[in-house]
Design a binder for this molecule. Sequence first.
Ligand SMILES: Nc1ncnc2c1ncn2[C@@H]1O[C@H](COP(=O)(O)OP(=O)(O)OP(=O)(O)O)[C@@H](O)[C@H]1O
Length: 224
Amino acid sequence: MIALTGVAAERGGRRVLSDLDLTLTERRIAIVGANGSGKSTFARLLNGLVVPSEGSVTVDGFDTKSSGKEVRRLVGFVFQNPDNQIVYPTVAEDIGFGLKGRGLDKPAIAARVAATLDRFGLTGMDDRLAHELSGGERQMLALAGVMATAPRWLVMDEPTTLLDLRNTRRVMDAVAALDQHVVFVTHDLDLIAGFDRVLVFEAGCLVADAAPAEAVAAYRAIAG
Ligand SMILES: Nc1ncnc2c1ncn2[C@@H]1O[C@H](COP(=O)(O)OP(=O)(O)OP(=O)(O)O)[C@@H](O)[C@H]1O
């Protein structure tokens, strides 16, 4: 469970989110709202990339302020642009990187990398240079790299924005197959129809928190 208690957050010294009191337990949670409404900031609060200026955020009891390391193991984060998280030249090295420091020996890392490539449709791409992959392949690599570390929660910040229809479908199919809890930030309202819960942000406030049909109607009403 992720719990936000009396949370406010600042970016660049300015308050951009206020009055957040909610618990997240569902498996598929979407975050929608206008540009600048605070969606990315909310997503970043969940894994400690941003810590609250007021209140607290806890993940399974670990506070993001005082237990950042534990929180980042529990909550994986996928950025809009995969280039922000692919750090190693080849596909296999990049996935292996995230597994270092977890008490796995070399053969165990190799086995986990191979299984992950398989699972995300990247089989045989081990030695491909990440920067030579297509945008869709790079986003799958970013997702695979995070999932290889087996987080309990996955936060995705507009992961399909740079993708064409086919690759968007590919990412959404991969997400649908995950056992993990997923928090998914998007402007594409078609993608979230089957989600359990949708949070709507407007000007730094949570203004609707409901099932998709009701939340999307509230969002459309606000957007005019
Ligand atoms: N690093 C930063 N420094 C200063 N201000 C920031 C920073 N990041 C975000 N902000 C500001 O915080 C507010 C909320 O931004 P945030 O990125 O959370 O919104 P968003 O809803 O994700 O927007 P978008 O849909 O455009 O991605 C905006 O006013 C933005 O300008």
